[in-house]
Design a binder for this molecule. Structure first.
Ligand code: TPP
Ligand code: MG
Length: 361
């Protein structure tokens, strides 16, 4: 038959520590000084403490709907710790681990989830994008950021995070196609937490890996163990370096697991087996790194851990108090920051909101 093979591809997965925190081989250079991993560990625990506080604020009627990142902390911390301050983070709604590392404050995140626009007006990483709740709409934005860097000849990269479900959206395909053809300094990090609300990964795509979607865009795709913060930092770091030096875009699929409900508005027990969840607790990214640090004798389960938890409780309790003490914005604010000129129907709604607010005062 006059047929020849014209293309073939493989997808590789990187992991440095096994589930019990035992190295599978030599660690990357940044991790050879074990104490340099302690900030990563602290940041993962900080995210978890923050998430628990946010869920309890929602449960007691003091926060809006919230998306916990329980179990996924290594993805955000690993990725954000590989960025330079000049890179731009373009996050989805479950990426507080990355945002906190970048310098978004816990108070700002709570304001955001409490419905206050000022929560997106970061005091820290001014160039980072606000949270995107519309699934995958942030990926073309991130490609646009990368295009701007390229046109201005700036050695910076754009890091976009989205979920496994988001990779089914046209936005994702369009953005990576553009990134491929224009060789954009973009890293697209897929957080494959195995679920998109109640849709399991197996029902999301017939592709064997989500990383291989990159191949059709002409860019490299790979998997990383998303519960191994060392692996995430290493692979995202390499991709960012390549992006900043003219090597183009990369898609990285981080394999992890959503240990919590989709959001506080969800009850995952209605569609997910408890046993599946408890099995995944054995693969907790925080436990994995802690086991390694303890074995390396740079961390103790009692003193160091207790001190960390105590100082984080103080920090996050204070953030919650500051959030709760923040004076509300006037009702008109929700109309004021989207349009240069407010369309007439919205102007009517604005007037009505102000009148109701005055009546309630
Ligand atoms: C455009 C759009 N469609 C639907 C929704 C409702 N929605 C919110 S989250 C979500 C699933 C997202 O799954 P995934 O991309 O895997 O991210 P994860 O929630 O697991 O972090 C959906 C359908 C939305 N926010 N935006
Ligand atoms: Mg998901």
């Amino acid at each position: 038959m006059p047929t020849e093979r014209v293309s073939q591809f493989s997808i590789f997965r990187t992991r440095y520590l096994d589930h019990e925190g035992v190295p599978l081989g030599p660690l990357p250079a940044f991790a050879t000084d074990t104490t340099s991993l302690i900030p990563l560990y602290r940041a993962m625990v900080r995210t978890r403490v923050f998430d628990a506080k946010a869920v309890s604020l929602q449960r007691t009627g003091r926060l809006g709907t919230f998306a916990s990142s329980l179990g996924q902390e290594a993805v955000g911390v690993g990725a954000a710790s590989a960025m330079t301050p000049n890179d731009v983070l373009v996050p989805a709604f479950r990426d507080q681990a990355a945002q906190l590392w970048r310098g978004v404050t816990p108070v700002e995140l709570l304001l955001y989830w409490g419905g206050d626009e000022r929560g997106s007006d970061f005091s820290g990483p001014r160039q980072d994008f606000p949270i995107s709740v519309p699934v995958a709409s942030q990926v073309p934005h991130a490609a646009g950021v990368a295009l701007a860097f390229k046109l201005r000849h700036e050695p910076r990269a754009s890091l976009c995070i989205l979920g496994d479900g988001g990779t089914s959206k046209g936005d994702f395909y369009e953005a990576i196609n553009t990134a491929g053809i224009w060789r954009l300094p973009l890293v697209v990090l897929i957080v494959n937490n195995q679920w998109a609300i109640s849709v399991p990964r197996s029902a999301q795509s017939a592709a064997e890996t989500l990383a291989q979607k990159a191949i059709a865009a002409g860019i490299p795709g790979e998997q990383v163990d998303g519960n191994d913060v060392i692996a995430v930092r290493d692979r995202v770091g390499q991709a960012l370096d390549r992006a900043r030096t003219g090597g183009g875009a990369t898609v990285i699929e981080a394999l992890t697991y959503r240990l919590g409900d989709h959001t506080t508005a969800d009850d995952a027990r209605r569609y997910r087996d408890d046993r599946e969840v408890s099995e995944h607790w054995h693969d907790d990214p925080i436990l994995r790194l802690r086991q390694y640090l303890v074995k390396q004798a740079v961390w103790t389960r009692d003193d160091d851990e207790e001190q960390l938890l105590a100082s984080l409780a103080t920090e996050i309790d204070q953030a919650a108090a500051d959030y709760l003490a923040t004076a509300r914005q006037p009702a008109g604010s929700m109309f004021d920051f989207l349009f240069a000129t407010l369309p007439a129907p919205l102007a009517d709604q604005r007037a009505q909101a102000l009148a109701e607010e005055a009546g309630n005062a």
